[in-house]
Design a protein around this ligand. Structure first.
Ligand code: SF4
Length: 315
């Protein structure tokens, strides 16, 4: 489906404040297009888009007319929409407006549920506010995606794991999707200045462990993890001044998650892996394999010998 998404980046439109790590313009390198421009671009494209996505701002805090104008495209072209928004931009009135349009999912920026981290990041909500917003979205029968971050000021792996535990308790047997974004330091942000004031961005290896633990536990709790890490763009690469910036970070984290999963099935092996999953362990200098050897307490060579490839593939 991702190839059939028409993504619109709203560059912090609707945001009440500016979170310390955020510079949407640097991430996307775009100014937001007008509804007419979006409609024209979709209509003149050869692609049969299945979804229009409004990302990079606080959609439900945009003036009502703007929201309607954007969502009308969705109605006119019969292509459902999804949007990302801020927890404090969710109330019954906002959801009632969305109910007039075809919406597939609401994505909520729940970078953390830890109040100290949220305050340090100037996110403008508390953990309880975040949970209340998710509950209201689910009560209105929308699919929800929580966009989590790791490596934020004041945040620890333990607090991240506590966040997904709280989300799992809230969701119960209902579906919930997650995205996991390791925190990057962009030049034109408050976080960049905070680096000189004691904030230490995560290193790649620590990000792989933290992200991998989060992924492993999230999948065990029944979450679907849709994406890990930001999409690489030339403007992002130019703006990154610190933090775990690597084009294959998501794959490396998934490699750790896979190592952790296999080690839970058996501490000694043999382990069987579908053909299209083996690169999660062997790719990027065999990072997943090294992590697995560490977890199970065997040498890398010995661990490798006990892994067998199945010819079947999984999606
Ligand atoms: S709410 Fe989201 S888009 Fe707006 S400033 Fe914060 S991180 Fe950026």
């Amino acid at each position: 489906m991702s190839g059939k998404r028409f993504a619109v980046f709203l560059s912090m439109k609707g945001c009440k404040g500016r979170c310390v790590y955020c510079d949407q313009k640097a991430i996307t390198g775009e100014n937001p297009p007008s509804p007419e421009e979006i409609k024209n671009a979709i209509e003149s494209s050869d692609i049969d888009f299945e979804e229009i996505c409004f990302f990079g701002g606080s959609f439900t805090c945009l003036p009502t007319k703007n929201q309607r104008d954007y969502l009308q495209i969705s109605k006119d072209l019969s292509i459902p929409a999804r949007m990302s928004t801020h927890p404090m931009c969710i109330d019954q009135r906002a959801l009632d407006l969305l109910s007039e349009f075809p919406i597939t999912m609401i994505e909520l920026g729940i970078s953390s549920l830890d109040d100290e981290t949220l305050a340090l990041c100037r996110r403008g909500y508390t953990g309880d506010d975040g949970l209340r917003a998710i509950e209201l979205i689910m009560r209105n029968n929308y699919d929800v995606c929580a966009q989590l971050m790791i490596g934020l000021p004041g945040q620890t792996m333990e607090s991240s794991l506590m966040d997904i535990k709280r989300l799992a308790e809230l969701k119960g047997p209902r579906d919930m999707t997650l995205r996991i974004y390791p925190c990057l330091v962009l030049e034109n942000t408050e976080l960049y200045r905070m680096m000189g004031d004691g904030y230490e961005p995560l290193k790649i290896e620590d990000t792989v462990t933290w992200g991998g633990e989060l992924l492993f536990n999230a999948e065990k709790m029944g979450f679907k993890v849709q994406r890990i890490g930001l999409s690489e763009t030339p403007s992002l690469a130019k703006a990154v001044a610190g933090g775990p910036h690597h084009p294959a970070l998501g794959e490396m984290i998934r490699g750790y998650g896979m190592a952790k999963k296999l080690s839970c099935i058996s501490k000694e092996g043999p382990w069987f892996l579908p053909a299209n999953r083996i690169s999660l362990l062997t790719g990027h200098g065999g990072m997943g394999l090294k992590e697995m050897a560490k977890i199970v307490g065997l040498t890398i060579e010995e661990t490798k010998k006990r892994i067998f490839v199945r010819t079947s593939v999984v999606d």
